[in-house]
Design a protein around this ligand. Structure first.
Ligand code: HEM
Length: 315
């Protein structure tokens, strides 16, 4: 199954990507805002009196796949199993457990196929229906392509956002002065989000395959060569960022590459930023000064995307 639109080159790439862009515009995503905040608040209310929690298990892990379920238009009754299978996909990849990986991917593929078939008979006002009815050159795309679009939305938006939210919470837990600052100046939260994305981009690298002869930085490349684009390295380029290894909330400009650049630049950047902002706002509003419970228990990892996996916090 192709992962669309990321595996396509022009002109096919823009035929798939352009029609989807409206679904990821800030104005459209604002409709999800209250529901995301509601979920975050409910989870925080259930742990606030415990005075300790693994914030990956409580927030960074579960919120992103549920938001994607909602974005696609899945019925609420499907969210728990969808989330469980999405999480199994991530953890199985990390453990190198290919049986669990295949089981999760098989379930998600079959489920998406059923959901898309259902929407073909009974169209709904949702992203999955839109994907299943997408027309290119006057013909509706194949079911396989519609499934590829839907599953890539999950794969692109789940572990990445989990990593970003986890890194944000990790930085704040280690820096109580930054917490204090953001509590007093909530307007700076958006800048802090960008700075964490710069310092710890959840997608550190992505590969490309060269399609024509070209010279980049004095290196001659030929078709078929593989090139690793390191967003993480670019984000710490001392020519572009002063104090590149330090979290500086007030950077005058922060043109980081955590979401990539060029035609494949992340389609879900607005959604990821929205989730990060809402989670930080509500954590700061509902949890008093928090710290890492035990540095030795913090686990940072990931296969497709990098970030904390275990984040024991006390307050
Ligand atoms: C902090 C979270 C996220 C990060 C760091 C991230 C990062 C990236 C990166 C680096 C790329 C590739 C850019 C390139 O190759 O030039 C990408 C592409 C993409 N992302 Fe994200 N992403 C995040 C969240 C999301 C979310 C929430 C969604 C959707 C729900 C999403 C959907 C996509 C899609 C569809 C593409 C492919 C775009 C294309 O090929 O035209 N991403 N993302």
């Amino acid at each position: 199954m192709p992962f669309l639109p990321i595996e396509l080159d022009p002109p096919e790439h823009s035929q798939f990507r352009k029609p989807l862009q409206g679904w990821f515009s800030m104005s459209r995503l604002m409709a999800l805002q209250d529901d995301i905040r509601g979920m975050v608040v409910e989870r925080l209310d259930s742990i606030v009196d415990l005075r300790c929690a693994d914030l990956c298990a409580e927030l960074a892990g579960p919120i992103p796949p549920i938001v994607i379920a909602q974005l696609l238009g899945l019925d609420k009754s499907h969210w728990p199993v969808f989330r469980a299978m999405a999480e199994q996909l991530v953890t199985a990849a990390e453990r190198g457990d290919s049986a669990a990986n295949i089981e999760a991917m098989g379930w998600l593929f079959t489920f998406m196929a059923e959901q898309i078939a259902m929407r073909k008979n009974e169209p709904q006002d949702d992203l999955l229906t839109f994907m299943s009815q997408l027309q290119i050159d006057g013909a509706t795309i194949t079911d396989q392509d519609a499934i590829g679009l839907a599953l890539f939305t999950l794969i692109a938006g789940h572990e990445t956002t989990t990593g970003a939210v986890g890194s944000m919470l990790l930085h704040l837990a280690r820096d109580t002065a930054a917490q204090q600052r953001l509590r007093e100046e909530p307007a700076s939260i958006a800048k802090a989000v960008e700075e964490v994305l710069r310092l710890d981009p959840p997608v550190p690298n992505l590969a490309r395959t060269v399609t024509r002869e070209v010279t980049v930085g004095g290196v001659d490349l030929v078709p078929g060569d593989r090139v690793l684009l390191s967003w993480a390295s670019a984000n710490r380029d001392a020519d572009a960022f002063s104090e590149p290894d330090t979290l500086v909330i007030d950077r005058p400009s922060n043109n980081h590459l955590a979401f990539g650049t060029g035609i494949h630049r992340c389609l879900g950047a607005n959604l990821a930023r929205l989730e990060m902002r809402i989670i930080i706002e509500e954590v700061l509003a509902r949890i008093p000064t928090f710290r890492i419970a035990d540095e030795a228990e913090v686990v940072v990892g990931g296969v497709l995307a990098r970030g904390p996996r275990v984040l024991p916090i006390i307050w």
